[in-house]
Design a protein around this ligand. Structure first.
Ligand SMILES: Nc1nc2c(ncn2[C@@H]2O[C@H](COP(=O)(O)OP(=O)(O)OP(=O)(O)O)[C@@H](O)[C@H]2O)c(=O)[nH]1
Ligand SMILES: [Mg+2]
Length: 611
């Protein structure tokens, strides 16, 4: 294993450790998002811990996870919206957040601390406007104007709760979101949280059915945006009025599921009918019958055994493929060692049995081979330098400096206008530039591949290396990320709420959030390209060094043994021992690869909930 591989294995281990599945809860107001989260994660406290009673609407997006530290809640003040910094930037500035430890020994104390999630603050209309909580043309807004002429707005912009629940400890992160209105007001949700979520849980309720605004959230944010989606049909307890038999209720629920499936154009198997409220109650009262009736079990099973598992499997497959490639390279090296060991053994045996002049011949053969090899290594070094120049150029194109100057240019192009038209135009230009860049990088990558393939051929032809070609560079992920950002921007710009000119601050913030996402796409592309470069030339380099070492070793052994029968004998014994060890190592690699491939035999992708 070389240093680059060792580093990569370390990174892979970290990725495995930090693997998380982000599940965003999305729905119109009062469909029961928070109640479902209470039932899933906090029922042990025999209380409704997160505020979800009537009239207690969630005021800010709330991320819930388990990171191994003592339980806490961290809150980001709403005023941070005045700055242009994106949420991901703000997350790296702990001094801006208010942190409170959660006393997991006391349900009352926890409930008290968590009530911060619905805290409000009163501000004047101008402030509410500049923070995006005032819409002139909305009649409901006038009603919100209190006697003092102030408006209540959320106290916090974002909350993070660290809590050690077993499902969360498995790597699940859930995000509770406030109802519809705040989605438009918070570009972070549309730009960051939803696209980055691995799955979206969309809630509808049996009493309201699917209203126009439910449908709008579904089609704007979930239908074509979320890679995995689950739908909850909540509040089924409202059908349990005692007048219908259990069988009749089940039929009604089933009919509602099918109706919902039709409306959302979704497989009915992805819809879970539950009563979050009764599930919470059943858990608190340890009422197994009610718990079963609440339907929460099927949801928990879908989360733990299907969603998380399928996410682990996707990551697992990628890691197994990468590690199998590493083992395959080690196998090549091991085979080379065995082959060279066998040659050395043969030469030493010949030397032991032959006359002086034929030993001279063997020596000459090996030295000639070494010289020939040195010439090839020279060609490799020259080719390597050329590849290095091309690689440096390639990585520079994806560097932060290059990106910042491009973003700066687009900001200048937008001037002071900050309208949806200028934003849309600027994003389109950016995507066009990024795609052009990806094509240039790809061309550069093709040149590198050509050069590497020549070198592979040379060593295969001249020195018996295993036949191999470099894999081509693939820029599709980068192009896809840029195109999907373009689509999100376009949707944002077409949204009638955002077209109004007084939304300038919102557009500016959207632009900054966009900048962070573009930067992330560039960083990922740069990482992918460096990994590719390491593989393209690294594999050949490893084999070249290995071959050189064996040649030197063979020559040295022959030199030392020349005319010294005793040393020949000793060298022979040592070579035989080495060869046995090398053959054993090669076999060990075979069984390692087999073990790895066996672990890659994952389950079939579940058809009922994920995908
Ligand atoms: N009958 C019944 N009521 C429920 C159920 N789930 C939630 N509720 C009630 O519906 C109301 C809204 O629930 P929440 O969990 O706060 O809804 P939400 O989707 O988080 O709403 P916002 O935070 O305002 O977006 C509360 O009064 C809950 O008690 C349920 O399964 N059955
Ligand atoms: Mg809520």
């Amino acid at each position: 294993m070389d240093a680059a591989q060792e580093l990569r294995l370390f990174d892979i281990k970290e990725t495995l450790k930090n693997d998380r599945l982000l599940l965003a809860f999305l729905a119109e107001f009062s469909r029961g998002k928070t109640e479902t989260i209470n039932a899933l994660f906090f029922a042990d406290f025999n209380q409704r811990l997160l505020p979800s009673a009537p009239g207690r609407t969630t005021m800010c997006p709330t991320e819930i996870f388990a990171n191994g530290e003592p339980a806490y809640i961290q809150l980001l003040p709403i005023e941070t919206k005045f700055s242009n910094a994106s949420l991901s930037e703000l997350k790296s500035q702990p001094e801006l957040w208010q942190k409170f430890l959660l006393d997991t020994q006391s349900a009352d104390a926890m409930k008290q601390t968590l009530s911060a999630l619905i805290e409000k603050t009163s501000v004047d209309v101008a402030t509410a406007k500049s923070l995006g909580f005032w819409h002139e043309d909305d009649p409901a807004m006038q009603k919100r104007l209190g006697e003092k002429g102030t408006v209540d707005i959320p106290m916090w912009r974002h909350a993070m709760i660290n809590y050690p629940h077993p499902l969360l400890q498995k790597g699940l992160v859930v995000i509770d979101t406030p109802g519809l209105n705040s989605m438009g007001a918070e570009p972070e949700l549309t730009l960051n949280i939803i696209p980055n979520a691995h799955a979206v849980l969309f809630l509808t309720a049996i009493d309201s059915g699917i209203t126009k605004s439910d449908m709008q959230i579904w089609s704007d944010y979930v239908k074509n945006r979320a890679s995995h989606k689950l739908v909850l049909l909540n509040k089924i307890d409202m059908l349990w009025d005692g007048l219908e038999s259990d069988a009749e209720v089940s039929t009604m629920v089933q009919q509602q599921i099918e109706h919902t499936a039709k409306q959302l154009d979704l497989d009915a198997k992805r819809i879970f009918a539950i009563s979050a409220q009764k599930a919470l109650l059943a858990k608190i009262k340890h009422d197994t019958k009610l718990l079963q009736r609440s339907g929460i079990d099927a949801l928990e099973d879908a989360l733990a055994n299907q969603l998380i598992k399928s996410k682990h499997e996707i990551l697992g497959r990628a890691i197994v493929t990468e590690c199998a490639n590493m083992i395959a390279l080690s196998q090549k090296v091991a085979d080379m060692r065995v082959k060279q060991g066998q040659l050395q053994l043969k030469e030493l045996c010949q030397m032991q049995n032959q006359q002086a002049d034929s030993t001279q011949e063997i020596l000459l053969q090996v030295t000639t081979e070494r010289k020939r090899y040195d010439a090839s290594v020279l060609t490799f070094n020259q080719g390597g330098e050329k590849i290095k120049r091309l690689s440096d150029k390639l990585l520079l194109q994806l560097s932060t400096g290059y990106l910042n100057s491009t973003l700066e240019q687009s900001k200048q192009d937008m001037g002071d206008s900050w309208t949806t038209i200028s934003l849309n135009r600027s994003m389109r230009t950016l995507t066009k530039q990024a795609i052009q860049l990806a094509q240039e990088i790809k061309q550069n990558g093709d040149l590198i591949k050509q050069e590497a393939d020549h070198l592979y051929q040379l060593f295969c032809r001249e020195h018996g290396f295993a036949k191999s070609v470099a894999m081509p560079l693939n820029m599709d992920t980068f192009i896809n990320s840029m195109q999907s950002l373009e689509k999100i921007t376009n949707d944002f710009c077409l949204d009638p709420i955002n077209v109004l000119t007084e939304k300038r601050f919102l557009i500016r913030r959207f632009y900054h959030g966009l900048g962070a996402q573009i930067q992330a796409a560039f960083e990922q592309a740069q990482l992918d390209c460096s990994l590719w470069l390491n593989v393209v030339i690294g594999e050949l380099k490893t084999q070249i060094n290995e071959h050189k070492k064996s040649l030197d070793q063979r020559a040295d052994a022959l030199m030392a043994s020349h005319n010294h029968a005793e040393i020949t004998e000793k060298n022979l014994a040592a070579t035989e021992k080495d060869l046995a060890k090398l053959s054993h190592q090669a076999q060990q690699l075979d069984s390692l690869l087999l073990k790895l491939m066996r672990s890659a035999k994952f389950h079939q992708e579940p058809s009922s909930s994920a995908s």
